[in-house]
Design a protein around this ligand. Structure first.
Ligand code: UDP
Ligand code: MG
Length: 318
């Protein structure tokens, strides 16, 4: 495959409102680094005009590559699809909504070229994000780091610049529940934080509703820790000890001739323990469900179309 100096991977889900502005600013930032770059724009099953904007971009400039996924596979798999096609010696991951300023690229390249393997954006300020999102994000990362044996830096997203070597390793990791920022931490090498102020979304609304945030958090925890499984065992053990002591108490009361008063307490106890059991089974289920999906071994994403001008498309002959 033909190499190039720099690849940019941009996942897009219904980003018609930002894509034109983004592509202009991103192309200018790339040009400040090298003329030998490619911008891989992945359409993650959008239902708006995102793909027709991508068609226009690829028709107008051979350095744009459009990848249209057959359906919405989610942010992490859209990034995975883009990464699998990169040819660059350095690879930038960036969101389409301009929350991560493309103009930081030259400075990040400088840091990478000083002998680092990964330069990851660390948010020192977050504009236009609700206190709820900030609070849940920061508590989540604290929890994750307590659980995970691999330290995963706080206040980071997927905005990062990586060497070819790191991307090749990332591409070789077959798991389907992908928490990319954690997987990159797991790879190791010389990784350095790049502090930046995160802007507000340029236009449009977030494509990460609470449902997707919870799914990402569960993937992160189950991919990077099996401690919840052990915690489930302890919880089960503790609650059965508790139940046993209540039973003993009831027997003693009965032997002493005391009538056990009320149904309420027994109903409360029963529901408490069935709750605990369901919780423990739920934890097992989270892991088991993932095992089932890994065993199925389906492809991680389904590409419907790849679009790039022939002139620059070295990949087609290789
Ligand atoms: N995204 C995607 N597929 C999805 C959800 C999001 O490709 O199912 C993209 C989205 O277009 C954006 C990036 O992932 O480029 C981050 O999403 P967003 O900005 O909506 O998340 P937030 O910044 O609000 O966490
Ligand atoms: Mg965003």
């Amino acid at each position: 495959m033909n190499k190039c100096a720099l690849s940019v991977v941009v996942p897009c889900f219904n980003e018609e409102a930002v894509l034109e502005e983004f592509s202009g600013r991103m192309a200018r930032a790339c040009a400040a680094v090298t003329s030998d770059y490619e911008i891989i724009v992945v359409d993650d099953g959008s239902s708006d005009s995102t793909w027709s904007i991508i068609e226009k971009l690829t028709d107008g400039d051979p350095r744009f590559v459009g990848v249209r996924l057959f359906r919405n596979h989610g942010h992490q798999l859209a990034v995975t699809a883009g990464l699998s096609m990169t040819r660059g010696e350095r690879v930038l991951l960036i969101d389409a909504d301009l929350q991560d300023p493309p103009e930081l690229l030259p400075a990040m390249v400088n840091v990478l070229d000083q002998g680092h393997d990964v330069v990851y954006g660390k948010r020192i300020a977050r504009m236009g994000e609700t206190p709820f999102k900030r609070f849940t994000a920061s508590s989540f990362y604290r929890l994750l780091n307590r659980l995970s044996s691999v330290p995963i830096p706080e206040d980071t997203g997927d905005f990062r610049l990586m060497t070819r070597q790191v991307v090749d390793i990332l591409n070789s990791m077959p798991e389907r529940h992908r928490f990319i920022r954690g997987m990159v931490s797991w790879i190791g090498g010389r990784q350095v934080a790049f502090p930046y102020a995160r802007d507000a979304r340029y236009a449009g609304t977030t494509k990460y509703p609470l449902r997707k945030m919870v799914a990402l958090a569960l993937d992160a925890v189950t991919s990077f820790s099996t401690k919840p499984l052990r915690a489930a065992v302890w919880l089960g053990l503790l609650s059965s000890m508790f139940a046993f002591s209540i039973l003993l108490y009831a027997i003693v009361q009965w032997a002493a001739g005391n009538v056990v008063p009320g149904w309420a307490s027994s109903v409360a106890t029963i529901s408490f323990f069935s709750g605990t059991q369901l919780f423990v089974m739920g934890v097992f289920g989270e892991y088991l469900g993932r095992v089932v999906q890994e065993i199925k071994g389906r492809p991680l994403f389904t590409i419907g179309e790849i679009r790039q001008q022939q002139a620059a498309a070295g990949r087609i002959d290789d």
